[in-house]
Design a protein around this ligand. Structure first.
Ligand SMILES: NC(=O)c1ccc[n+]([C@@H]2O[C@H](COP(=O)([O-])OP(=O)(O)OC[C@H]3O[C@@H](n4cnc5c(N)ncnc54)[C@H](O)[C@@H]3O)[C@@H](O)[C@H]2O)c1
Length: 434
């Protein structure tokens, strides 16, 4: 099949490369000339494990192409996936201007039937607005469909998630659209054995927000439990294990830590809250999820302050900047919050991250960036663990202690055993553990 994917970010580029990998002919469109120039030279604008190799193979074999022209993208394929950003608007609601822009542009250029598929995360009933937009801007009375196909991939595991998804959700309102999406996903359904779940568009749109908010809720729940653990001397890791073995609960997303970040959970939870409020439902439960997440960072910062007493002139070594391992994405990463607070307090920051340094440097050019964990810890008053990269989990603790000015480790990811850290002579604080 021929497929157009508009937006070549974390979702669009992975989706395009994976569709090409399973045999489709894919044209990726982005209005960012720099990105498309890079991609035409096979330089990846983002880091995702295995992406470069897969993109290169399909590019060289002619199944994956890139353009900045939405006209070309509209002419190229009947099925057009929209994977542009939906960043938070001023009040926290999703900013749909990029989605709307693609709708208008496709309408202007289409000359025969097109299926526009929302892959971006959008509020329920966005398809209605998209349909109205396409009808208004198309030059003639051309048949078209809009469908919803929310994306559930996780950064850092994006390729396996796209090729072996837990499920594929499609929201459609015509058999023609359903057939096209079944055909698009047939190779992935066949090789992975996953279910393609068909439903109405509104339900598909809502599935994405409901899923992400539920995952955020699980994280906030265990973080709230971690606070109770700290007040009682219980160990949240043990509690989580005891809970997670119940298959009605499950072990995933029961990791207490510094709280969720990234480009999806914070904005999608906020957007869901706004969607519900706009519809007249006061989703207080989600508001609490957000509040717990915010206080979790503040609580960890209070631990830093308690240990360092005066922050001015102290050196804090950030181990990890990305919001999680396996990605260079720092959008809404906890590292941003700590950097702001510490800089504001007059502390000096050293930082190490294997792939997110460049993105962080664009926001904080004056941080002292290091090439490895040992040089990062050197002369630090405190090590702050924010991303559980393997290089952090496996670091030589004796060496770290030796090079630090004072042996204080604040671990926002519960990456180490508190007893081991005590035995090694560290002053060690983690989340929800004695
Ligand atoms: N990042 C994730 O892990 C993830 C997972 C699931 C869903 N999503 C959702 O997918 C969507 C995309 O997220 P992302 O992280 O890939 O965003 P991103 O910012 O990495 O990429 C978006 C891309 O769209 C391009 N773009 C914007 N307007 C355009 C236009 N009019 N024409 C062509 N290109 C345009 C931008 O230049 C950018 O390259 C969002 O709605 C997000 O919520 C993201």
């Amino acid at each position: 099949m021929k497929i157009t994917v508009v937006g070549t970010g974390y979702v669009g580029l992975v989706t395009g490369a994976c569709f090409a990998e399973v045999g489709h002919e894919v044209l990726c469109v982005d209005n960012d000339t720099r990105k498309i120039d890079m991609l035409k030279k096979m330089q990846m604008p983002i880091y995702e494990d295995g992406l470069e190799e897969m993109a290169r193979r399909n590019y060289e074999e002619g199944r994956l192409k890139f353009t900045t022209s939405i006209k070309e993208g509209t002419e190229f394929a009947e099925v057009i996936f929209v994977a542009v950003g939906t960043p938070p608007g001023r009040g926290g609601e999703a900013n749909l201007s990029y989605v709307e822009q693609v709708g208008r542009q496709v309408a202007e250029h289409m000359t025969s039937y097109r299926l526009l598929v929302e892959k971006s995360t959008v509020p329920v009933n966005t398809s209605e607005q998209l349909k109205r937009t396409i009808t208004k801007y198309s030059k003639a009375d051309i048949d078209f469909d809009v469908a919803s196909n929310p994306e559930f991939l996780r950064e850092g595991r994006a390729i396996p998630d796209a090729l072996e998804p837990t499920r594929i959700v499609v929201g459609v309102e015509t058999e023609r659209a359903a057939k096209l999406l079944r055909e698009t996903y047939a190779p992935i359904v066949k090789s992975s054995g996953c279910e393609l779940v068909e439903m109405d568009i509104a339900s598909a749109e809502l599935t994405k927000h409901a899923s992400n908010s539920f995952l955020a809720l699980k994280i906030s729940y265990i973080n709230a439990v971690s606070r109770v653990c700290e007040l009682t001397g219980a160990d949240v890791e043990k509690v989580a294990r005891g809970m997670g073995l119940d298959d009605r609960i499950g072990p995933q997303f029961l990791c207490a830590g510094v709280g969720y970040g990234g480009s999806c959970f914070p904005k999608d939870v906020d957007a869901f809250l706004h969607i519900a409020a706009d519809l007249g439902y006061d989703f207080k439960l989600i508001e609490e999820v957000q509040r717990i997440n915010k206080t979790q960072r503040e609580h960890l910062f209070a631990k830093i302050k308690r240990e360092l007493w005066v922050l001015e002139g102290k050196t804090v070594a950030f181990m990890g900047l990305a919001f999680k391992p396996g990605t260079d994405d720092i959008r809404e990463a906890p590292s941003l919050y700590f950097a702001d607070e510490l800089i504001e307090s007059g502390a000096h920051i050293k930082a190490w991250d294997p792939v997110a340094e460049e993105n962080f440097r664009a926001v904080y050019p004056d941080v002292d960036y290091c090439t490895d964990v040992i040089s990062c810890a050197k002369d630090a008053d405190l090590v702050l663990i924010l991303t559980e990269w393997p290089e952090v989990r496996d670091m030589d603790l004796d060496k770290i202690k030796e090079v630090m000015k004072s042996p204080v480790v604040i671990d926002g990811r519960n990456a180490f055993d508190p007893k081991l850290m005590a035995d090694k002579g560290f002053i060690y604080h983690s989340v929800g553990r004695p």
